[in-house]
Ligand binder design. Structure first.
Ligand code: AVJ
Length: 384
């Protein structure tokens, strides 16, 4: 049973002129939530590519699979099945990042929120508004929201995500478990759109970018994502950044390459299923004819780039077809035996790398917290 949130707590997140009433599948009323929609030129639509998301999938697949080496972007993982598989990954014994970051929040939430509200000149602390990039179902955010309510009586929470269903779930969870939170959802892709974050006037913003989501971006792209965010903030606003740490960084002998590899190639095969699901998604969305059985999951550590890479390796020589659609003509994609599609990078950071990245986007690292095993870092940075 889904809890229907109190409508009074749901406010329109503006910034776009076109809106529609948001009705999650299988649910009755959630009419308070409104989300931006997109205008599509009628002539750009063919039956096989019938909405902007699918058009974007088609363009991405065409470009990535025609390139050498072949690539597919990690955002393609997150259809409904992929999002479910990712949730399962976060509970695997080998996948330490999610529970480790949660443990850091649980241990340090009061200090994190105090630091974010602190003023250098002794003026009264302003109210904090929490904005979360790529919020998903916001399962870890509750700890921080509950602490914000404890410290300031109430809090406005603005989760931003591409997935409406994830945001609806996030809203349900938070409104039913943490009194004092007002949720303003925003359906947007912060990686592609110059976001109007609808920063609330007369409050200070604490932007959350957690879960090591930044790890999917190559250094220059990561910098651009943070610069985009920075452009929406005022000096004194803060960013809480979650980053997975590099193996054997400094005095850290707890974290080995083997620890990392296990996290991306678990015994139950959940990460393999997550990786392979992207091919199932393309078959469904674009009518491609990937034989999913004929590819296998590979995870490797790239020490020069400090990243885990995920690949889908072609078991045999084979040809795959992308049917003609509004994104382009029919394409045949040839795979040699052992050739792979590079599907994801997951960058791992040293504390120095985190500081350098933050500085490159005009943030000053204020304070950082790690778990006792130094697997994961949570860094508070101030917009300067
Ligand atoms: C969601 C990007 C943080 O890199 O660990 C998990 C995605 N991929 N297992 C990560 C992921 C394979 C995850 N991030």
């Amino acid at each position: 049973m889904h809890h229907i949130p109190d409508r009074m707590h749901l406010m329109l997140s503006g910034g776009d002129s076109t809106h529609e009433i948001y009705r999650p599948p299988g649910r009755d009323v959630l009419q308070g939530i409104q989300v931006p929609t997109f205008a599509i030129a009628p002539e750009a639509v063919l039956p096989s590519v019938s909405n902007t998301t699918t058009l974007h999938v088609a363009k991405e697949a065409r470009a990535g699979l025609s390139a050498t080496p072949k690539t597919l972007s990690p955002w393609l993982f997150y259809d409904e099945a992929g999002s479910d598989l990712f949730e399962q990954i976060t509970e695997l014994p080998e996948y330490y990042p999610t529970r480790t970051e949660r443990s850091i929040f649980a241990a340090h939430a009061p200090e994190i929120l105090c630091e974010a509200a602190a003023t250098s000149n002794g003026t009264p602390a302003p109210m904090l508004t929490l904005i979360e990039l790529g919020a998903g179902t916001a399962t870890k955010t509750g700890i921080l929201l509950a602490e914000a309510v404890r410290q300031q009586g109430s809090v406005v929470y603005q989760p931003v995500d591409v997935s409406e269903t994830a945001l609806a779930e996030a809203t349900d969870n938070i409104l039913s478990s943490i009194p004092g939170v007002t949720v303003r959802v925003q359906v947007a892709d912060y990686t592609r759109e110059a976001l109007p974050l609808n920063r609330l006037a007369n409050t200070r913003t604490l932007a959350l970018y957690i879960g090591s989501s930044i790890g999917n971006f190559a250094p220059e792209d990561a910098r651009d994502v943070l610069r985009n965010l920075r452009a929406q903030l005022l000096p004194g606003d803060t960013l809480l950044l979650g980053t997975d740490l590099a193996p054997n960084g400094g005095a850290n002998a707890n974290k080995t390459v083997a620890t990392l590899l296990a996290a991306y190639d678990d015994a139950a095969g959940t990460t393999a299923a997550f990786n392979l699901n992207v091919l199932t998604r393309l078959n469904r969305d674009l009518g491609t004819d990937f034989d999913v059985e004929n590819f296998c999951h590979r995870a490797c550590w790239n020490p020069a780039q400090s990243r885990i890479e995920m690949h889908l390796e072609s078991i045999t020589a084979q040809r795959v077809h992308i049917p003609a659609n509004s994104a382009g003509p029919a394409l045949a994609i040839d795979f040699a035996q052992g050739e792979s599609i590079h599907t994801e990078n997951s960058y791992k950071f040293t504390t120095t790398a985190v500081e350098t990245l933050l500085a490159s986007a005009n943030f000053k690292s204020t304070k950082s917290w790690q778990d006792p095993q130094h697997l994961f870092a949570v860094t508070l940075a101030t917009a300067i």
